[in-house]
Write a protein that binds this ligand. Sequence first.
Ligand SMILES: Nc1ncnc2c1ncn2[C@@H]1O[C@H](COP(=O)(O)OP(=O)(O)OP(=O)(O)O)[C@@H](O)[C@H]1O
Length: 447
Amino acid sequence: SFRWQGFKLEEYLIGQPIGKGCSAAVYEAAIPFSRDRQGCAESSRLAGQGPALQRDHGSASQVAEEEPVEKHQPKEAFPLAIKMMWNISAGSSSEAILDAMGRELVPATGVALAGEYGAVAGRRKPVLGRKKLQPHPNIIQVIRAFTSSVPLLPGAFADYPDVLPLSLNPRGIGHSRTLFLVMKNYPCTLRQYLRESSPDVCLSTMMILQLLEGVDHLVRHGIAHRDLKSDNVLVEFDSAGCPWLVITDFGCCLADENIGLRLPFTTSYVDRGGNGCLMAPEVITASPGPGTVIDYSKADAWAVGAIAYEILGLANPFYGHGDSTLESRSYREDQLPGLPDRVPREVKQVIKMLLQRDPDKRLSARIAANVLHLSLWGESVLASKALKPDRMIAWLLCQSAAALLMDGLVDKSRVETKMKMCFLANLEYEDLWAAIFLLLAWRSRSE
Ligand SMILES: Nc1ncnc2c1ncn2[C@@H]1O[C@H](COP(=O)(O)OP(=O)(O)OP(=O)(O)O)[C@@H](O)[C@H]1O
């Protein structure tokens, strides 16, 4: 029955704000099932969802400030997160909202749209006009999406008064309806996690690998995220305590059925995506004109190279204003800051090659991921004196059996197993050998 639940805002219990960006506010949420939960739910049900909506501005704001939101609810009480988009330009019809914000739905599951947008059979594709992404362990899943009128939620007047509709704020410029996206509620973003923790190099390598696997999955689907940054990566922890990363916020993505990853950049009005600091050199230096096309196939991989610095405990070289800050438009590769000695040379090389200015010289996410897989788990096969295909195949079969057994019988929620499954499932002979040759060349050069 859950299949038919969760398509209306009123079904949710909404808790505290957990984040906001330039285009949305995100709140913790739950669907109250049992009577017990309902009881506890009612006590923290918020102004925006109940009678407060009908109140005038003065009292509504008062309710938002005063409503006793239970501040110390355990995280488990709110397993979901609801992202409320700010709608200042899309109009209020479902179609117009979908048109303007449809990119957010790229990582939506099939069922997520079964509500209003699924009402007319076969309508989804033409309305969306965008690619659909298959699920992947390192990509967010939007599990429900629907439009609803904008409620008054906690912190609204303090955090985003201007984007509220007139009915809630006489000076607001927002429309009365907007898009809501429901996701799993993750404990933190990558940026928050790194502020508090310093993962060791092995964990850090696994984290970079996860971003590369996520990006490779996007590339295979002809999708570019275009706004990768540590705020747009969510983190939870597997049963072994390993950070599990998922790429989120597809609001700036390129996911067009017709053009794929090659965007005609004919005028400066064409949107190149978000996040100017982490825009790959070929994107930021492109000049608009007839015939200009921006190829995004390695742009996200470049951003992963920059985020890798943060994961390894350093400042992102492309952030900040100081003399040492680089600009993706103009940096030279020899200006990239050195990585600490504790970082294995293969990881250093991968990052260096992800940050090549020339996309033709840059590693693809797939090959970079293969290199990291081999460097983490392929020592036995790499160490063999004469690396022959049949030896490689034996190793791959062994890895496959181990990964399947681990996932099926031992523990379904291990990042390491998921990563091995991604690697094995996406195996291409040429990409694998490209990674092996790179690794062997780097090793022989440093011997
Ligand atoms: N599923 C989630 N679980 C927990 N926190 C989340 C979740 N989704 C988003 N957040 C939090 O909300 C913040 C804003 O979300 P998001 O980046 O999707 O909004 P946005 O307005 O599209 O951002 P941007 O400014 O990058 O366009 C995130 O940085 C994160 O802190």
